[in-house]
Structures are given as structure tokens and as C-alpha cells.
Design a binder for this molecule. Sequence first.
Ligand code: ADP
Length: 475
Amino acid sequence: MKHTLHLKFILGYIIFGLFSFLTVSLFVPRITREYLISEKAQNLYSEASLIADTYAEGLYSSRTTLETVTLQLDSLSVYMDADIRIISPEGIVILDTAATDQGGDSVAAVIPDFDPSVGGGSYYLIGDFFGSFDEQVISVICPIISDYRTKGYVTIHVSMDDIEAQCISLLNISYVTLIIMFLLSLIILIFFTRLVYLPLRKITKGAENYAEGNYHYEVNVESRDEMGYLAAALNYMAGKIADAEDDQKKFIANVSHDFRSPLTSIKGYLEAMLDGTIPPEMHEKYLGIVLNETERLTKLTNGLLSLNNLNTKGMHLDLTDFDINDIVRKVAETFEGTCRKKSIAIELVLMGDELLVHADKGRIEQIVYNLTDNAVKFSNNDSVIKIETAEKKNKIYVSVKDNGIGIPPEDVGMIFNRFYKSDASRGKDKKGTGLGLSIVKEILAAHDENINVISTPGEGSEFIFSLQPADPDEI
Ligand code: ADP
């Protein structure tokens, strides 16, 4: 299963080799044989017609004797390595260079079934020439015309052995070429293995590791081609998943920790009340503490839920034009009771009666609420919280400023992280979840807006965030 691709490619390579061999051995001999025979026959025919027009014609027109012609044709036949005959229309062999070669009588034998038209349309024939040869020969027949009559025929015969031998040597050349080509095409196999198969194996191994949760495994493919890009993309993806997994682990660890502490204290107080460690007259006080802890749990759950909603990609914003001053006033009113208890005054410095912004009203109200809640929580008694709205350079700014404990400089960069609570704040805020500011940040990011904080420990903090003003044309 693991090596299928490689095996398939090797199999394809072998099939390619077999087919090439079959093609060469089936077609090359036939084509070469046909070519060699027709080439040979053409030459023989030209020779035969030359003889018919010269020596043989001279014989019939009595310009020359049979002996002279025999002598001339003998030497020609040796030169051509062929058998030359002159045959009468009735099949009487008048001259045969082979017969004279063997010292035989040059006087006529008879070819009983001689038929000069046996070749049909073709100017040559292959066979034993009417039984007059023991082997296969190529024969050409050319008529001798004298006085407008066919006096006889010049025939030339060449053994097929030569042609067969030539055929075999040409075929051998083809086989050698084929083997060289086959070996050279091994280069393709090597390229495939190096460029595709090996990187693919590394990538598959990487994917297997990732599937097992080993996201730190690195796919090591250096090539600057599609395989290299694929490996890089996989490494990148694995890195991202690993980061997300780390975040997830941290998140769960934080959530469990924040859920466990109130639950432990609730459990402790309730057990103490049940077993009488806390006397009944003290129950009211401790039930109040338990209630506080449950409120903290509710707050934590709500915070988690809204963060979860905000985090979902493409957060839906219900954008409208509304009066930010109105929102600030309403939020300030909700904190009136708490502020009275701590003798905190909320001072509103609002720009104009009405300051219209373009944003998601509900979510912006949550931002103002979270910031004011923090300001109240971390303010000293008898102090002032100032909430200000202003317009500068076509932006609306909202600032919430307190005279509270402030934030140590080393914590400022972290307060927007989930679950982050500075040590300094723990005494003042036992119910805090560390989610409020991360919710604020997420909402502003979805609006493409920013938040900044200026804080001095022991003196107070100011949070300023920006908003888009309402488009005057649309009002
Ligand atoms: P929480 O819900 O616990 O207040 P936040 O995310 O709103 O969580 O705040 C995170 C931390 O930032 C707080 O625990 C506190 O340490 C610090 N912080 C936020 N606002 C103020 C502020 N106005 N003054 C001082 N510290 C603050």
C-alpha cells in the first residue's frame, strides 16, 4: 500500500519497454524486408532492361554471337552476384550464367511452366522461379523487343539470403538502439523518484504525524517547486494548529482555574455551615459570600459566552448611527448605586448635546460598561471618575479616567489578554474574571478601531478608544 505509486511507475516503465520491444520486433523486420526487396528489385530491373536493350537485342538482330553475349553477361553476373538468363517466350533457357559458371553446358534447359506475366502488376517475384532454383530468389523479368516483337526475356535472379542477412543486421541495430533508449529513459524514473516520489513520502509521513497530533514534526522538502510549496504550506498549517492547540490548552487551564476557586470556596462555606463549624447566626454573612461567588461564576460564564461569540470569524455587527453621549449617560446612571457606596463621583464631559457615531450600539454600550466597571472597581473611595467624549480629526474618542490604583508598567501590555488580572488588582477586585478588557479589544478590532491606556500606579488610569463618526450625509 505504501509504495504503490512507485510500483505503478516501475510497472508502467516495464510495460513501456515491452511494448517498444514488441513494436520493433513486429514491424521493423517487415518494413525493412519490404524496403530492401523493392530497392533490390528496382536495381535488378534496371539492369535487366539495360541487358535486354543492348546485349540481348544484339543477339536477336544477329549483330553479336551467343558466345560473346555469354562472356559479357558472365562477368556482369559475377559483379552483381546474380544469375542472369535469357529465356525464349516458350521457356527455353538460351543463356544461363549460372550454368556456364559451373562449367555446364550453356545450351538450353527448358522451364516447362514459364509464364512471363506471372508477376502480375509487380516487376519482381519471389520464389524458386518455376522450380528452377533450390532456394528462394528475387527474380525480375524484362522482355527483349526486336522488330516490335517480344523475342525473349532477360531474367535476373538474386538469392534471398543476402537480403535476409541485411534484414537481421538492421534489426540488430534497432534492438541496440531500443536498449539504449530504454536505459536512457531510466533517467525519467530517477527524476520521478527524486522529484515526486521521495518528497511525497516525506509529505505523507508529515501528514501522518500531524494526524497523530505531533504538530511539531517538520516536513523537510527543500525543492523550489510545487512539492516544496506543499511541504512549506503543511509546515505552516501544522505550526498554526500547534499554536491554536497551545492557546486552547492555556485557555482551558485558565477557565478551569477560575471556575475551581469560587467552587472550592462555595463548597467550603456550605460544608462548614452543614457540619456546624459556622454557627447558624453567622449563616447570613457566609451565604452572602457564597452568593457573591455564584455571581462571579455567572459573570465568568457570560464573559466566556460573549468572547466565544466575538471570536467567531466574521463577527456580525449591527451597525447604526447613534448618540454616544446618550450611551455614556445611561451607563453612568447604572453605576450610581455602587458609586454612592464608595463616595465616587462620575463626571461627564460630553461634546455637544448629541455626538453621533456609526457602530454596533449594543456592543459599544458593553465597552463603556466594562471600562466604567473597571474604573469603579479600581478607584479609591472619595475619588472622581471622568468620562469624556470628543471629536478630533474626523474620529470620535471616548475616554474613561479614574483616580485609582493604576496599572504597573510591566502589566500594561498584558491587561487585554484573556484572564489576565494584575496582582495589584486582586485585593480590590475579588470577582474579576480577567475577560472584560479582552472582550473590549475584540469588539473594537471587529470595528477596525483601537484602544489605548495611560496609567500611573497609585494615581489612576485612562482608557481611550476611537469610533467612526456617523456619516453626515446619512443623518
Ligand atoms: P476583570 O473583569 O477581572 O476586571 P479585565 O479584563 O477587565 O478583567 O481587566 C484585566 C486587569 O486589568 C484587571 O484585573 C486589572 O488588573 C487591570 N485593570 C483594568 N482596568 C483597570 C483600571 N481602571 N485600573 C487599574 N487596573 C485595571
